[in-house]
Design a protein around this ligand. Structure first.
Ligand code: NAD
Ligand code: TYD
Length: 340
């Protein structure tokens, strides 16, 4: 049995948190180190079921803190890095872009330096389809790995910048890397200021759902468990230096997503409130996942099965999201929307 040390950054957040749980359970022979700064988006309560396992470790640290990161890598000699840690919310990046550049660009560069210094087997950089910019509404157009990077928001621009730094460390120093670019995720532990968990939690509380603009913008939704399986595959089988798009052809308008949740919970569409559109709101995202499928990946959830599972999870785990929305989240909500 091969023992490996895997550093997962951002493992207290939504996708990183699901990935940590997936890896700790799937690979008892791997030591999984969850490194996270525990910003507003990170919490460790989600790891109660794994926190006592021998192969789970937690380190509280800032990825942009060079001295701490370099010392940690020198001490632990990680084999693999899977890098999720980021500022991830487009709306927050519109209000306050600076932290996005610090964490997403500078933090990534610090991790790359540390990885280069000790010489690791693979650095997987978890990125987003938003780096490609937006598509029009022609249903035959998709993002491929060759689509030029044309990010539109401060968030996507910071992610595109980090992708290019990762690529440069491969080209210049020969660091073994992969970049994954996934479409919008949803599922357990999704932070309740993003569209799907925001809608579920507010519908359950009979509160208005803010839909930006006309609600016709399209996102391509992937269940987080399918994303975790994709990253596991890329980590082990991905060809070094390659980019892999991740997505399952589940395009929905925002209005369709909100209507599906309202109908499933048996509430009225009068809860929908159209509000001022997001600045620079990308029209449509849609992924062509052919390259990853050729590596052996296939999603297991359709949007219908995934959203049903997710709604059920939010019904069964109210304690988790209620404790978040009763805290400083309320100040964010008041600042962002003028709804009750
Ligand atoms: P998230 O905001 O839920 O989690 C981010 C985590 O990073 C949090 O736990 C936070 O505490 C941590 N973090 C933030 N700054 C840090 C720092 N300086 N040092 C250490 N930790 C820090 O984000 P998410 O939705 O889970 O996204 C994870 C990654 O996946 C991001 O890189 C994002 O760009 C990418 N991604 C997200 C989606 C999506 O739909 N959510 C889709 C594709 C790609
Ligand atoms: P979001 O969950 O923020 O993800 P992203 O911006 O990364 O795609 O938003 C998903 C879509 O939902 C996006 O088109 C913006 C829209 N949206 C609303 O209409 N209302 C909201 O309150 C939020 C948070 C998002």
């Amino acid at each position: 049995m091969i023992r490996r040390k895997i550093l997962v950054t951002g493992g207290a957040g939504f996708i990183g948190g699901n990935f940590v749980q997936f890896m700790v359970n799937k690979y008892p022979q791997y030591d999984i180190y969850n490194l996270d700064l525990l910003t507003y988006a990170g919490d460790l309560t989600k790891h109660r079921d794994i926190e006592d396992k021998e192969n789970y470790h937690f380190v509280k640290a800032d990825i942009a803190d060079r001295d701490t990161i370099i010392s940690l890598f020198e001490k632990e000699k990680f084999d693999y890095v899977v890098h999720f840690a980021a500022e991830s919310h487009v709306d927050r990046s519109i209000t306050d872009p600076e932290i996005f550049v610090r964490t997403n660009v500078m933090g990534t560069q610090v991790l790359l330096d540390a990885a280069k210094q000790i010489g690791i087997a693979k650095f997987v950089h978890v990125s987003t389809d938003e780096v490609y910019g937006q598509l029009d509404f022609d249903p035959s157009s998709f993002f491929t790995e060759e689509t030029p990077l044309q990010p539109n928001s401060p968030y996507s621009a910071s992610k595109a910048s980090s992708d290019l730094i990762v690529r440069a460390y491969h080209e210049t120093y020969g660091l073994p890397i992969n970049i994954t670019r996934c479409s919008n995720n949803y599922g357990p532990y999704h932070f309740p200021e993003k569209l799907i968990p925001l809608t579920i939690s507010r519908v359950l509380n009979d509160q208005k759902i803010p839909v930006y603009g006309d609600g016709k913008n399209i996102r391509d939704w992937l269940h987080v468990f399918d994303h975790c399986a994709a990253i596991d595959l890329v980590l082990h089988e991905g060809i070094s230096g390659e980019v892999y798009n991740v997505g399952g052809h589940n395009e929905r308008t925002n209005l369709e997503v909100v209507q599906t949740i309202i109908q499933t919970l048996g509430k009225s569409e009068e809860l929908i409130e159209f509000v001022t559109d997001r600045l620079g709101h990308d029209k449509r995202y849609a992924i062509d996942p052919t390259k990853l499928e050729q590596l052996g990946w296939k999603p297991t959830y359709t949007f219908e099965t995934g959203i049903a599972q997710t709604i059920q999870w939010y019904l069964e785990n109210k304690e988790w999201w209620e404790s978040i929305i009763s805290g400083e989240y309320q100040d964010y909500f008041e600042m962002q929307y003028s709804l009750n």
